[in-house]
Design a protein around this ligand. Sequence first.
Ligand code: HAM
Length: 426
Amino acid sequence: VAKARYKAPRGTADVLPEGRQDGAGHAAPGRLFLVHTAESVLGNAGYGYFESPVFEDTALFHRGVGESTDIVQKEMFTFEDKGGRSLTLRPEGTAPVCRAYVEHGMHKRPQPVKLWYAGPFFRHERAQAGRYRQFSQIGAEALGSDDPAVDAETIVLLARLLERAEVPRVRLRLSSLGSQDTRQQYAHDLRSFLRRRYKLLPSSTRHVFETNPLRAFDHDDPATKAVMRGAPRLLRRLPAADRKHFADVRALLGEAGVKFTTDGSLVRGLDYYTRTVFEFEAANLGAQKGVAGGGRYDGLVEALGGPATPGVGWAAGVERILIASARLWASSRVSLFVVSPAHEFRPQAFRAATELWKHDWMAQLSDFSRPLRHQFRLAHRHDADWVLIVDEGLTIRNMRSGRQREFASIDEVAGYLRRRSRSLAA
Ligand code: HAM
């Protein structure tokens, strides 16, 4: 066996039609299903499809995602272009959406502006199962309203997407961070609380907690966990307006039948969040159990130079959904293989296939340069349901039963296939 000299870079993977042996979320059918499902679930709720470039000015993420985050501190793929500008492969999609909102004057459109996106994102993380350096997200953002109904709407839509993907045993954790002022005051108090206990904490965590003390809730070592059990909780200190907003979001989720756990220790890895934050976890995923996460970011558009504009949204990890899902995706196409016994019938056989494509029917061309015997073997290997034999006439062989039937025209063939596939589907 030839050894591959070149391999996909660490933390990246090819997407193959039939999937890869390690089943790590890179099989084409599941990925296509998720994008089609997102288009239907989100499109039905009025979300329009959006794309942004795969790279942006580095400054956008410094300002948007936040200087103290792991993403900005150590995970960005940053490079200089030939003009000496610093560019970064997008690590996430919310800052680009807000940049586009400002750039295209979307505040003049009817509010809220609702967008969804799907595509590759890049973070230089330690690669492991469920964690890649290039991964795929499906995301949704609603900009221009601070109504709690919009928070609830986005969460319900995400829950529907995960249901359709048949992700089992998902848990929704929900919290509120209050307004930016509340959060800043709280971070200050939490830092003082931690400083008084630094002797009890691993020394390596200190500088992290100095820059962003909320991250202490996310640390798994037993000492930090023990200290954090006694830490002040932001949820208990929310001002009345934020408390009301959070209560409304929870009531609406109850209305929609979406189950959740209120969890004051929920912290997200990005700095822009205000008020509602949430995360969906799949119990069967192990260490990388976050399948999707999001929240409100009422100050982000303004921070990027736009008018004060509230926003809320989420992103779901495509690979993690597929790893967690109980569903097996297979290509649902009924397959037809076109073969031809002799060289002189090649043009007819070729034309037969192009006619079937016009009828929007699946038809796969065999390798006409090989003997008929070989062409039939190929049909077997492709697991074809039917073989269309093109010579002087048109014959269809049902590969399951072995029965054959002749036809006078391609229109007749297409009609027959349509009737048969309907009865097969029933
Ligand atoms: P995030 O929590 O950083 O949020 O990422 C969202 C999801 O992307 C995660 O729950 C996970 O499933 C997936 N993900 C993240 N990093 C990786 C990785 N290295 N490998 C595989 N999957 C990964 C955001 O990105 C925010 N922009 C979400 C948001 C939208 N908030 C408001 N609007």
